[in-house]
Design a protein around this ligand. Structure first.
Ligand SMILES: NC(=O)c1ccc[n+]([C@@H]2O[C@H](COP(=O)([O-])OP(=O)(O)OC[C@H]3O[C@@H](n4cnc5c(N)ncnc54)[C@H](OP(=O)(O)O)[C@@H]3O)[C@@H](O)[C@H]2O)c1
Length: 235
């Protein structure tokens, strides 16, 4: 009986490392993103989560995936848009696009997979350090990451009695394209970020994948908000 991980945004970064981790543990993996996940054996559903209706393309893969809905299913809500914007000047259409990827897509996916969630299954959310604090110039990201924590807590309550669990893992500065795009090619910005962690280095995507796998296989973490950021130096 196959266990499946359904990961959004596994074409690169934390999602890709998570796909590899689950596969190493013998799980089958399905990726949902615009570009494919190149980890051999991963089933790819290539959709843009910003475009409503994407879930229609997922239904056949869930129906035809061998054993989907028989073993455990772990959904990792990982894909996210991180835009530079401002709480006082943000355009409404811009905000709606970010909400579509970061908030609406996880809720739609939860509804699609609900009939397939057997006992021991899990719905995991990838938050951020910015799920509990803010920095300048990231209003839509900060807002949606805070909302994701609320969604995880609501998920926990609405799944009570089902033995399906949920958690939100909040990575710190992780060495991925998202962070590199955010920092640009500025060596000083990288040094500043590294200096903000108590270990003085970026987190490897595989370290976050380890935490996500632990959450998937540890039901006592139900409703948990986990900061996986090495401890950040506050100034
Ligand atoms: N890296 C960090 O320092 C850090 C810190 C805190 C939290 N996080 C969180 O960790 C998660 C993964 O981030 P990452 O650093 O691994 O980012 P990444 O390397 O930029 O990867 C983002 C993934 O999301 C997918 N994605 C983005 N927009 C999408 C869309 N419209 N439709 C479908 N897929 C979409 C991308 O796939 P396609 O482009 O192929 O569609 C990609 O696979 C995110 O939730 C992020 O907020 C990261």
């Amino acid at each position: 009986m196959a266990d499946w991980a359904l990961i959004t945004g596994a074409s690169r970064g934390i999602g890709r490392a998570t796909a590899e981790r689950f596969q190493q543990e013998g799980w089958r993996v399905m990726n949902v993103s615009r570009n494919p996940c190149t980890v051999p054996g991963v089933v790819n559903i290539e959709v843009d989560l910003a475009v409503p209706g994407w879930e229609a393309k997922l239904a056949p893969a869930l129906r035809d995936g061998p054993g989907v809905g028989q073993g455990r299913l772990c959904v990792v809500h990982n894909a996210a848009a991180y835009e530079h914007d401002d709480a006082l000047t943000m355009d409404a259409d811009h905000l709606r696009r970010v909400l579509e990827v970061n908030i609406v897509a996880p809720l739609v996916l939860n509804r699609v997979v609900r009939p397939l969630l057997t006992e021991g299954s899990s719905l995991l959310y990838v938050g951020s350090t910015l799920a509990e604090k803010a920095v300048k110039g990231a209003a839509s990201y900060v807002t949606t990451k805070h909302a994701l924590v609320g969604m995880m807590r609501a998920t926990c309550q609405d799944l009570a009695g089902t033995r399906i669990h949920t958690a939100c893992v909040c990575p710190g500065f992780t060495n991925t394209e998202m962070l590199r795009a955010h920092l640009g090619s500025d060596a000083a910005a990288l040094a500043m970020v590294e200096g903000k962690t108590t270990f003085g280095r970026l987190i490897a995507p595989e370290e976050i994948a380890d935490v996500l796998f632990t959450c998937a296989t540890t039901p006592v973490l139900n409703g948990a908000l986990l900061h996986a950021n090495q401890g950040q130096v506050e100034t």
